[in-house]
Design a protein around this ligand. Structure first.
Ligand code: UD1
Ligand code: UDP
Length: 389
């Protein structure tokens, strides 16, 4: 039987924990062969390589080395490089994840070359088209041939946009697979001890959305609020490179890093970062993935945004959207015992990668013209590869 050739596209920090569980599950399957493609959108060691190591991923089979640039430059450079890669060795299926510029770029390339594209984490919508990710989600989902959604709102959004239901399979949340895959390592990481943090007596902060960090006014306001909070609840803040650039450019770095109770650190690897999150009293963020991880872990999350593309983290989870002006009272409320309790959404269970593999097999391998003899999908996340790494 000829193996189905699958390209797995990884590009930026939040992609790696979506690609890794799928890589490990598919790597066990005799009916497919994988090409791991890194576009190079993120390239600092602590934004890229550290995640490959943590998540037990091998070096990419193909590194496009695209790097940073304006939206058009970055998207176009990924398209140019990936089109060449597809011309050289055309895959039978391209799997893109999330909502970054590389997700959009590789989807466009595949669609124009008539190569089927599958989108993992499809159907999410913030309904805010000023977010570059919302444009990426809309175009990717319009073009993709297979759409894997994490939650019912994803199915509903796609149906409302006219996506035929047979293209959509709800598979659950792949981020939770990564957490479950790495749980023992996360618990064993000494990161919060290393930083001198006492369990449930500190908060974690992450910020990188352009709406919060690109302009001086909003970032200055946030820095003041965070410094105020740090005086009563120690804060640990792994600073994203986009945010660092702005803090330095606006002369905010010294004030923030010198604020009592504030620990500024470099971006952390997945295992150490999740070790911090697991012990935190609460999390303050504008990240997409962190909203989901805190919901899964039952940790209160204050999201500094006006919208979220992940509404189940509010309706079922521990998330709350806050404006900068609401941050201090929202923290006080949680410290006083308030805040959402939440529950884990359906199919956020660590088995999403196995469901994705089963769906690929059902759609593309067991289809007429291909050999239907394929083994069962494993019931549990594949731990071997990561525990050996
Ligand atoms: C990108 C994604 C965003 C995602 C985020 C996760 C898009 C449009 N944005 O935002 O959806 O939430 O990644 O972290 O795809 N930089 C470095 N080193 C790196 C990477 C970036 O210094 O390894 C700096 C560069 O100055 C770069 C800037 O960060 O210009 C922004 O990087 P970019 O990938 O364009 O966007 P992110 O803000 O990281
Ligand atoms: N993360 C990490 N180290 C950090 C900050 C975040 O490992 O210093 C992880 C986090 O646990 C989550 C993912 O990165 O799994 C989210 O990525 P990011 O916030 O950069 O992107 P977004 O989800 O907003 O697109």
């Amino acid at each position: 039987m000829e193996r189905l050739k699958i390209d797995l596209i990884a590009a930026a920090r939040p992609n790696f924990m979506k690609v890794a569980p799928l890589y490990h599950v598919l790597d066990e399957e005799p009916w497919c062969s994988l090409r791991l493609v890194h576009t190079g959108q993120h390239y600092d060691r602590n934004m890229s390589e550290a995640f490959f190591r943590d998540l037990g991923l091998p070096s990419p089979d193909l590194h496009l080395g695209v790097g940073s640039g304006s939206h058009a430059e970055q998207t176009a450079n990924v398209m140019l490089a990936y089109e060449r890669a597809c011309d050289d060795q055309p895959p039978d299926l391209i799997v893109v994840v999330g909502d970054v510029n590389s997700t959009l770029a590789c989807t466009l390339v595949g669609s124009k070359l008539h190569i089927p594209v599958a989108h993992l984490e499809a159907g999410l919508r913030s309904r805010d088209r000023r977010m570059p990710e919302e444009i990426n989600r809309l175009v990717t989902d319009t073009l993709a041939d297979i759409l894997w959604t994490p939650s019912p709102d994803g199915d509903e959004n796609l149906a409302a946009e006219g996506v035929p239901p047979e293209k959509v399979t709800r598979v659950g949340n792949i981020m939770i697979d990564s957490y479950e895959l790495m749980r023992e390592r996360i618990e064993a990481s000494g990161e919060r001890r290393k930083l001198g943090l006492k369990d449930h007596r500190y908060a974690v902060v992450t910020l990188h959305r352009p709406s919060n960090v690109d302009a001086e006014g909003p970032l200055t306001t946030l820095v003041r609020r965070l410094a105020g909070i740090a005086a009563k609840l120690p804060l640990v803040f792994p600073v994203h490179p986009r945010t660092r650039k702005s803090l330095e450019a606006f002369g905010l770095w010294e004030g923030l890093s010198g604020a009592p109770g504030m620990q500024i650190v470099e971006p952390l690897g997945y295992v150490d970062f999740m070790n911090l999150v697991c012990g935190a009293r609460l999390v303050i963020t504008d990240s997409g993935g962190v909203q989901e991880e805190t919901t899964y872990l039952g940790i209160p999350c204050l999201t500094l945004r006006t919208t979220t593309e992940r509404p189940v983290t509010i309706s079922e989870g521990t998330n709350r959207l806050v404006a900068a002006g609401e941050l201090v009272p929202a923290v006080d409320e949680i410290l006083a015992g308030g805040g959402a309790r939440g529950r884990r959404p359906d199919l956020w269970d660590g088995h999403t990668a196995a469901r994705v593999a089963a769906d690929i097999r059902r759609r593309l391998v067991a289809a007429p013209g291909r050999d239907a003899e394929v083994p069962d999908v494993p019931e549990t996340p594949v731990r071997r590869a990561v525990s050996n790494s």
